[in-house]
Design a protein around this ligand. Sequence first.
Ligand code: HEC
Ligand code: HEC
Ligand code: HEC
Ligand code: HEC
Ligand code: HEC
Length: 450
Amino acid sequence: MMLLLWTLLACQTEGPQVTEPRTTGELVFRDPETCRDCHPDHVADWEGSMHAYAMTDPVFHALADVQAMDFTGKGGQFCTQCHSVPGFLSGETPVAFSEELQRWDQRTEGLSAVAQKGVSCDVCHSITEILEQRNARIALTPDGTVRGPIADPVETEAHASTHSPLHTTGEFCIGCHNVGIPFAESPLLVEKTGVEWLEYKALGGDKECQDCHMPARLGQAAVDGPERTIHAHTFVGVDTSLVDGFPDMERQEALVDAMLQSAVLMQVTADATSTTVQLTNQAGHSVPSGSTAERRMWVDVRLVRDRDQALIYSSGQLDKDGVLRDGTPDAAADFCTGGATTLDPLGDPDLWWFGAHIIGMCDEYTLFAHLANDDPEEHLLRPLATESRTYTFPSLDAEAHTLTVKLQFRAFLPQTVRAVQAHPQLSLPEGLLDKVKVRTMAESTTAITP
Ligand code: HEC
Ligand code: HEC
Ligand code: HEC
Ligand code: HEC
Ligand code: HEC
């Protein structure tokens, strides 16, 4: 607490501006349960997705509270304008000083069903215009009419339907998928999937977000409806629920593995002196994308002597604290006051990693995106890019060795979870870190005998 207050005084933190609610007419946001009878597949897909999880995530709850405290409420409902549009627009998710907790608090619990359910059906299906390609600058008309891709929808008593070509384009998604911290001068993007996708398009990429994240198939848009091209609503990315009992977790886990395995093409060549690893981005934006400060992709190289399994060369191993040695600070470094410890950052000089460091108020690396004060320092595999790296081995004995190269991914930095856990007024459920998996995106094994 002392450290945090000191930080704020030293850095004169101002909160980000929150855009005014922007809707036309009365707010009709229905609980997705009311759609289930007629759209069972859409609801079953969506309820296990990260869109449904956006207001359930304990890490979101904690980070939104850190934001509320750091800006002493001045940031207002910045976070819920994307994570819970119904809560934001109806004023259900205020940021206020809580006498009970003795701190600033972003309300995230005890909300109406639809405010608690994050990015739900009526949020997307009432979007009528993207005003600006960031920070939920989207125009909504939540009047009960659904806007969607079907030009000739069968009539139903449940709702009116309006054809919306916007819903079939990537532009539709990027009002939320570019996140800027709007300080006085220029808006600072800490998440820029939308910007990267436009870059991909400019380079000749031809896929919309929906092509990869809402794959099409033949089926019924509604029970008893005609057969049409319909779209998966699983919105698979890299994250899965950290909360036990969230719907559809097993399928989402498998879908995330498959998504990551489709993201990058890895080619490995090797001889007795070195190995060259080549990575080609096959996604529609950088890899990783979005919350890049939290994500890490890296190359794990191990050369083992077969006879005794001795490790002759390695790079990309986690340290004893389960941390990648990429120079990301430990929890304590987050405060401008110094006293930082950077968990053995130099222990792996050959490390090839992808992700980002956020630059904070005092030009330090910060773990909290809302404290960004300069463009992030990015290490990303850019859209459609191919990059390669050569790893040089020590000289080998004339006997059999095995080289294993893996492209690894982890969606969450242990440091951020620990920083929240170290906070005197916040907590996260025990065992959270154990649920954050290291996933293998690609793997190659080569026998090497000099
Ligand atoms: C009583 C059944 C029923 C209920 C309940 C229902 N719908 Fe529909 N919905 C339909 C039918 C029928 C269609 C048209 C399907 C077709 O033409 O293939 C449709 C179409 C749609 C479309 C596509 C519109 C277009 O033009 O592209 C969307 C989006 C949609 N519904 C969303 C919802 C949402 C969200 C809910 C819950 C808030 C909901 N529906 C509840 C029956 C229903
Ligand atoms: C993140 C935004 C988003 C959310 C949340 C969302 N949808 Fe959709 N939905 C879309 C988009 C975009 C399309 C059109 C995709 C295309 O045509 O490329 C679509 C299409 C549809 C269609 C038309 C048939 C089809 O599959 O193309 C129906 C019906 C529908 N959604 C129902 C729902 C229901 C019910 C929910 C909640 C359980 C829901 N949607 C949640 C974005 C969303
Ligand atoms: C109203 C804002 C909003 C719109 C519109 C929206 N998203 Fe999202 N999306 C979010 C938020 C917020 C999250 C993060 C949820 C979480 O993990 O807490 C998210 C998460 C995701 C994820 C999961 C990422 C991960 O970490 O695994 C994917 C994939 C995704 N969105 C794709 C899309 C696509 C494709 C569209 C357009 C069809 C779209 N989104 C439209 C707000 C939005
Ligand atoms: C050509 C296919 C493709 C297209 C087009 C595409 N994506 Fe992705 N997306 C992927 C793959 C593969 C991943 C997993 C690897 C990664 O994280 O980049 C992914 C990951 C994501 C994630 C999680 C990123 C992370 O690392 O945290 C989000 C969010 C997302 N996509 C949203 C979008 C949005 C929004 C669009 C359009 C503006 C889009 N995607 C276009 C393939 C695609
Ligand atoms: C402009 C829309 C927008 C705003 C505002 C926003 N987010 Fe998000 N948030 C997203 C999207 C989109 C994703 C998914 C990105 C990805 O998967 O890479 C996301 C993902 C997340 C995640 C889960 C991803 C992870 O790191 O594993 C957390 C936690 C989160 N946001 C916290 C916050 C907090 C705290 C705030 C306020 C300081 C905030 N968000 C404001 C759109 C937004």
